[in-house]
Ligand binder design. Structure first.
Ligand SMILES: O=C(O)CCC(=O)C(=O)O
Ligand SMILES: [Fe+2]
Length: 311
């Protein structure tokens, strides 16, 4: 008897949305899959309120001595403090190198670079009466066409609770797949990353998003940590923000993430050495030029070059 095969109904395009994971369900694979499909996801309570309390105490003195911004994009009722690797030990050790986040970023960026770097590090405190920030793409600082492979992954950590009323980040799920002509319009669904302190929204830098208006009388504080392909210039100048005399005391993993490491084949050298050389105490003599191009790294770069030319 002939078997009849049923034709599967045509697959509709994925309905784009902001998925929220509980901490224990948020595996790097699920997070990176959500980023590929929807461009963003929220992970709730990724660090404890105790950790966020520490972050808040470390950053409050910096916020206190910082004025509000002077433009519609950065916000006229919003305070921004950068240089976070030098200004908050807890942001560096508990947020920037959070293992789950790094594994998810690995999955998103490591097919286009040997390693990635921290790009912007910024505390964003949205004050009462702030108006919406224009929706934008964080990766617009680089001249890549959209849609394309991700070059930037951004994480915004909630230091205070993020609510609908106090300015929880707005995002347009699926917009990371749009071309360069399309801008968010009235028919596009804008969602907000409502989440308790200690949670984070993670998104592809190509996703349209922005700060939201703050209708309350409290400050909404978040921390932006962006990760960019290791051969791109970092958005924030990390070597001024976290100079060698400060970076010297940080965990090696963080030093590397800041950029104190050579990207193969020999990008970013200092004194013809790996830039971690700058973290040593200076001696009286200068080193002889290092053979920076080690064969393995050179091959990696070669493979990357070949695959990049295909994309
Ligand atoms: O603070 C926020 O919610 C978003 C800020 C942002 O996207 C930016 O300044 O690039
Ligand atoms: Fe942004």
């Amino acid at each position: 008897m002939a078997t009849r095969t049923r034709t599967a109904p045509a697959r509709k395009g994925a309905r784009h949305r902001l998925i929220t994971f509980e901490k224990d369900a948020a595996t790097p694979r699920k997070v990176s899959n959500a980023l590929r499909t929807h461009g963003c996801c929220v992970v709730k309570n990724l660090v404890s309120t105790r950790v966020m309390g520490k972050v808040r105490r470390e950053l409050q003195p910096w916020l206190d001595r910082t004025g509000t911004g002077e433009g519609d994009f950065i916000g006229r009722y919003t305070k921004r403090v950068g240089g976070l690797m030098a200004r908050s030990r807890t942001v560096g050790e508990k947020l920037a190198i959070h293992p789950m986040v790094l594994e998810a970023v690995d999955a998103m960026l490591l097919d286009r670079c040997h390693h990635y770097h921290l790009s912007p590090t910024q505390c964003v405190s949205i004050g009462p009466d702030e108006t919406p920030q224009p929706l934008h793409r964080d990766d617009a600082i680089y001249p890549f066409n959209h849609p394309g492979k991700p070059s930037v992954i951004t994480v915004i950590w909630a230091v205070t609770d993020f609510t609908l009323e106090n300015g929880a980040t707005q995002a347009v799920p699926g917009s990371h797949l749009w071309d360069d002509e399309r801008m968010p319009g009235d028919r596009d669904k804008v969602v907000q990353a409502v989440m308790p302190a200690g949670s984070a929204i993670i998104y592809d830098g190509a996703l349209f998003h922005g700060g939201a208006p703050n209708f309350t009388n409290q400050w909404r504080t978040g921390i932006i940590l962006g990760y960019a392909l290791g051969w791109l210039r970092q958005e924030e100048n990390q070597y001024l923000a976290c100079p060698p005399e400060v970076a010297r005391d940080l965990p090696v993993k963080l030093q590397k993430l800041i950029g104190y490491q050579l990207h193969p084949p020999f990008l970013g050298w200092y004194e013809m050495q790996d830039p971690s050389y700058a973290l040593r105490e200076a001696g009286d003599t200068l080193p002889g030029a290092g053979e920076l191009l080690d064969t393995d790294a050179g091959e990696t770069a070669q493979n990357l070059n070949t695959s990049l030319k295909r994309t």
